[in-house]
Design a protein around this ligand. Sequence first.
Ligand SMILES: *[C@@H]1O[C@H](CO)[C@@H](O)[C@H](O)[C@H]1NC(C)=O
Length: 106
Amino acid sequence: MGLEVGIVDMAVHQIPGLNTFGVSLVRLDFAPYGENPPHTDLRAIEIQTVPEGTLFIGFVLSNQNNNTLISKILYKGDVFVFPIGLIHFQANVGDTLAVAISGLSS
Ligand SMILES: *[C@@H]1O[C@H](CO)[C@@H](O)[C@H](O)[C@H]1NC(C)=O
């Protein structure tokens, strides 16, 4: 499966004035059935909303919590939080484009 996700991040390398403020913003554009495969953001909590489309999202709890998968389908207008450091993913489960906007605490 291809990525088929466009990522535009608005972080300190584009907006130097953000330096030391600990915030950034990312927009992800998902082609139909495109996915952002499992990854971690080691320095940031991520809060995400879905202005367009339908996303299957989830994260995996730590070893001490038996690596439990927490997952959910997000519809237009829904909001979800990915805890810092945990492996997480997003996948467009619709046959239309999907968009996610994420704020990150780094
Ligand atoms: C993890 O699994 C073990 C074995 O099934 C169980 O005893 C334990 O309560 C589970 N821990 C959590 C945090 O769910």
